[in-house]
Design a protein around this ligand. Structure first.
Ligand code: CA
Length: 236
């Protein structure tokens, strides 16, 4: 079995050690770097399946590491989970806008960390294959009683057809295609922009509110991540 490789960039030795220990126990291959420069070297050398990136690093900070990885075609597709201090939402937003995929806030439990890593590794190959296979129309999604069929432009909840505007539909389909993953408003605008569909940044909240209303407020398909953006509920 090929073990997925993870590069951990973390300057606090105790935390790096705990992270590495927990990931190795889950049979990942782990490389650790104590600063951004060495982190970049490790990523370029090993081209891992995932990078776990502390944002507060001596010298080059995590956001700069993220920027460089996303700017380099050789490393741009490698998913990045940012590790942040609690309450650092503005850096989380910046990182997600740069192309990071997710974040965990310190202090986090090892179970939460492993779950985030697994969720991201599970998701990525599927979604990229799906994008190739369906010529941009998007994949049909079934989650928690909700069915979204982009080829028919149709959404059903418990078998009942729901009516969405084009923008709401695209937004819902995009979020549901990436369950458990957090998106900033800016990223959502970028990702759901299509022909004849113009979403203004401030309108994302309005669209999400409308979608929630149609799905039923109590169903909680779309979670608000305070200060950051939105996340579709984790897969069952
Ligand atoms: Ca740090």
């Amino acid at each position: 079995m090929v073990r997925p490789r993870i590069v951990v960039v973390e300057d606090e030795p105790d935390i790096a050690e705990v992270i590495a220990y927990n990931l190795r126990r889950e049979s990942f291959e782990v490389f650790t770097a104590p600063d951004g420069e060495r982190g970049l070297d490790l990523v370029r050398q090993h081209l891992p399946e995932l990078v776990l990136l502390d944002l507060m690093l001596p010298g080059m900070d995590g956001l700069e590491v993220c920027r460089q990885l996303k700017d380099d075609p050789q490393t741009s597709a490698i998913p990045i989970i940012m590790v942040t201090a609690k309450g650092d939402e503005s850096d989380v937003v910046k990182g997600l806008d740069l192309g990071a995929d997710d974040y965990v806030a310190k202090p986090f439990g090892s179970r939460e960390l492993v779950a985030r890593v697994r969720a991201l590794l599970r998701r990525l190959p599927e979604s990229s294959e799906a994008e190739v296979a369906d010529n941009g129309l998007g994949v049909r999604i079934c989650i928690g009683g909700l069915e979204i069929d982009p080829s028919r432009f149709e959404a059903k909840l418990d078998g009942q057809v729901l009516t969405f505007t084009a923008t709401e539909f695209r937004l819902l389909h995009f979020l549901a295609s990436h369950p458990g993953r957090v998106y900033t408003r800016e990223r959502l605008v970028r990702e759901t922009r299509g022909e004849n569909v113009v979403i203004l940044d401030r309108n994302i909240d309005v669209h999400v509110r409308a979608i929630r209303k149609k799905l039923g407020e109590d169903r909680e398909f779309i979670h608000t991540v305070r200060g950051v953006g939105y996340r579709f509920r984790d897969p069952d």
